[in-house]
Design a protein around this ligand. Structure first.
Ligand code: RAM
Length: 340
């Protein structure tokens, strides 16, 4: 397994260094990726701008691009709508960008534009949230969907004593990643017969919408014991709501969050435990995978191997996907070891 807790901690420390010193990080090729990296233009297109998760993942991408001497850019919509990313893909293709790294708000809505970009010679790498496999060259997966689903169900089950009503506060309704995780969480809940999933709502990866949906969930379900929010935007908005409500400490909240956004809520007792991977490593890996495709070192076929700078060697798995590692649990004991 690529990420154990020690390695994760090392990665998080690197992320800290990266976020503090990005401007100073540009250097020449460290020799780990093959090719000279010259003129490799890589554009990152997150689900939306202004989301701290993508600020961190894309900073990891920028670090990698600077390491191999390429040119980095980040563009994206303000809101995480299904086709809000289309115009950015079209522009990147028109500019002749060599590699586009995308977290997709919808599995199919981007495909026509991505196909056109690939026909024009742009390598397309999805990361975090995939499109249909035929619309891209590679998908960089943060952790297995089964693992992400299981850790969230395990955490809520532990927190509510394996019994009671729960709800899910997700991101955008079409988000490929959240929808895959929700489906698998529903499967996983079958082994917890006393937990009842009573509602799934969508905060669109928008802070205020997620905050309002949390209030509505609590009003609509007076017996609610837990909320799972598999989105960093949702869980932090829900925690903010709960932290000043009478449900604090009574309705348990878990899901996927960043330590920096969740620290205060773990310390004030609103949240016991949540999970994530290292977003900076995810972006870093995606950038090196893009370089390997652009250099022609790999085509995205199963079994292809490439080196991703400090993270070492990776192998392309089934359906053109590359796995970063395991989700990691954050709680009062370890949260201060992380800064992202
Ligand atoms: C949000 C986004 C992203 C997801 C994380 C967990 O920031 O929806 O796609 O991976 O949460």
């Amino acid at each position: 397994m690529r990420i154990n807790s020690k390695r994760f901690a090392a990665g998080a420390a690197l992320a800290l260094v990266a976020s503090l010193g990005l401007a100073a990080c540009g250097s020449d090729d460290n020799g780990s990726g093959g090719g000279d990296g010259g003129d490799i233009t890589v554009t990152f297109l997150p689900k939306n701008l202004g989301n701290p998760y993508f600020d961190t993942s894309d900073a990891g991408g920028e670090k990698a691009v600077k390491e191999f001497g390429g040119t980095y850019d980040e563009v994206g919509p303000d809101t995480a709508g299904p086709d809000a990313q289309v115009s950015f893909i079209d522009t990147a293709a028109a500019q002749g960008i060599k590699g586009l790294v995308v977290s997709a708000n919808d599995p199919t809505a981007l495909c026509d534009s991505l196909d056109a970009a690939r026909d024009a010679g742009t390598k397309v790498v999805t990361f975090d949230s995939d499109t249909d496999a035929e619309c891209r060259d590679l998908f960089i997966n943060q952790a297995t969907s089964e693992g992400i689903a299981k850790v969230q169900v395990d955490m809520i089950a532990e927190q509510i004593g394996d019994a009671g009503e729960i709800a899910i506060l997700s991101a955008a309704a079409n988000a490929t990643n959240q929808n895959a995780w929700i489906k698998l969480m529903e499967e996983e809940l079958k082994s917890h017969p006393d937990i009842k999933l009573v509602d799934t709502v969508y905060g669109d990866d928008d802070d205020q919408t997620s905050f309002d949906k949390t209030a509505a969930l609590l009003a609509d379900h007076p017996n609610l014991k837990g909320i799972i929010s598999p989105t960093t935007v949702g869980i932090s908005a829900a925690a903010r709501y709960l932290s000043t409500s009478k449900s604090k400490g009574k309705v348990f909240l878990t899901g996927l969050g960043t330590p920096n956004q969740m620290r205060d809520y773990v310390k004030d007792g609103t949240v016991k435990e949540f999970a994530l991977w290292n977003p900076a490593d995810l972006g870093y890996l995606a950038a090196y995978a893009t370089k390997a495709l652009v250099d022609g070192d790999i085509t995205g076929a199963e079994g292809d191997k490439f080196t991703a700078g400090d993270l070492g060697e990776f192998t392309v798995g089934e359906n053109g996907s590359v796995l970063l590692g395991d989700p990691y649990r954050f709680n009062a004991e370890n949260i201060d070891d992380f800064d992202f």
